[in-house]
Design a protein around this ligand. Sequence first.
Ligand code: CAA
Length: 389
Amino acid sequence: MTLAVADSAGGLVLNEAQQAARDTAREFARERLLPIAARIDEEGAVPADVLSELGRIGFFGVFVPERWGGAGLDAVSYALVIEEIARACASTAVIISAHSSLVCAVLLEHGTDAQRERWLTPLAQGTRLGCFALSEPGSGSDAKAMRTTARRDGDGWVLNGTKNFITNGASGHVAVLLAQTDPAAGHKGIACFVVDKGTPGFTVGKLEHKLGIRGSDTAQLHFADCRVGPESLLVAPGSAFRAALHALDGGRVGIAAQAVGIARASLEDALDYARQRTAFDRPISEFQAIQWKLAEMATDIDAARLLTWRAAALKDAKRPYTTQAAMAKLAASAAAVRAATECVQIHGGYGYIREYPAERHYRDAKITELYEGTSEIMHLVIAEGLLKG
Ligand code: CAA
C-alpha cells in the first residue's frame, strides 16, 4: 500500500509535535481503521471499541488544553490527524471532526469553567460524543432562518423545534444547539445551549440513509417542550449566531482536512492499482493518459493540503482565517471529488464494484462539498472577504 504521498511537505513545514501527531494518527489509521473501513461503510457504524481507543489516544480532544481533558495540541495537528483518519475511513473522520470543531470548540471558547468541567472534559476524553444542532428542515445555508425556539421559563428555557442532518445525532450524548429566542431580533435573537441526551422532550428522530460516510450517523433531533436550566445557556442572544459561524470556520478546516484525506486515499489506491494492472502487455501506469491523471491528482492534493495548513496555522496564530478556511474547504472538497472520480476511472469496471475502495471514496467525497457550508456558500464567504478587504 502506498503511503508516502503525504510526506512531500511534512518534513519541511511541520514541527516535531505536529509530525508526532501525524505519525500516531497514520499508524492508528493503517492498523486499526483501514482493515475495517469497508465493513464500517457496509454496516453503517464505527465499532465502539475503535472509538474508545481513539478517545484514549486523545483524538476526540486534539486541540483542547490538557486542563480540560484534551491533548493540548494545535489546529495544524488537528488537521493532520483528521487527514490521516480520513485517508483510512472518512466516516470516522467526520465523527471526530463534528464533535471537535463544532462542539468542543464552542464549549472551550464560550463555556464557563463549570460548563467546561461538566461537558467539555468528558467530550475531550472521548467518553462522551457531541453533536452540533444548527440546520433545520427548512434552513441549511440560510442558517439564521431557523425556527427552533427557546422561550424563557423562570430561570431556565423551554426548547421547541426540529434539527436536521445532525452528524452524531443518534450516537451523540450531548448537543450544542442553536435556537431563536426572539424572531423579531433576527440573528441577534439566536442563543446557543448545551443539552444532554435524555433530557425530557429531547428525542432522536429519523436516521438518514446516505450516499457516503455511511459509518457516521446523521439524524433528526426533536425538541418538544424540552426544559433546560440556566446552566445550559452557552452563548447568550446577541452573539450566539456569530459564535456558531466562527465555530464553522474551524469546522471548515476540519472538513478540508477530511477532503484531503479522501483525495489522498483516491490517489494512493489509484497508484497501487495502476502499478499492478496490466493492459496491452504493460502496467497501465506506463500509459501517459494514466500518468497525467496521477500527476494532476497529486498536484491538486498538495495545493489543497497547503491551503488547509495555512488556515489552521492562522487559527493557531489567533489571526482572522474565515476567508482562508473557506478557500481551503472549497479547494479541498473539489480536489476530493476530482481525485475520487479519477480513481474510479483508473480502476475501470473495478472502480464501480465493492471489491475495491474506489467506489467508497467516490461516495464519501461528495459530502465535503455540501456540509459545514456548501461550495456555493464558500464562494460567498471568500468573495465577502475580498470585497471587505
Ligand atoms: N465568524 C463570526 N461572525 C461572523 C462570521 C464568521 N465567520 N461570518 C459572519 N459573521 C457575523 C456577521 O458579522 C454578522 O454579525 P453582525 O450582524 O453583528 O455584524 C452576523 O454574523 C451575521 O452575518 P451575515 O449577515 O453575513 O449572515 P448571513 O445569514 O447573511 O449568512 C452565511 C452568512 C455565510 C451564509 C452563513 O449563514 C453560513 O455560513 N451559512 C452556511 C451554514 C453552514 O455552514 N451550515 C452547516 C451546518 S453544520 C454541519 O454541516 C455540521 C455537521 O453536522 C457536519
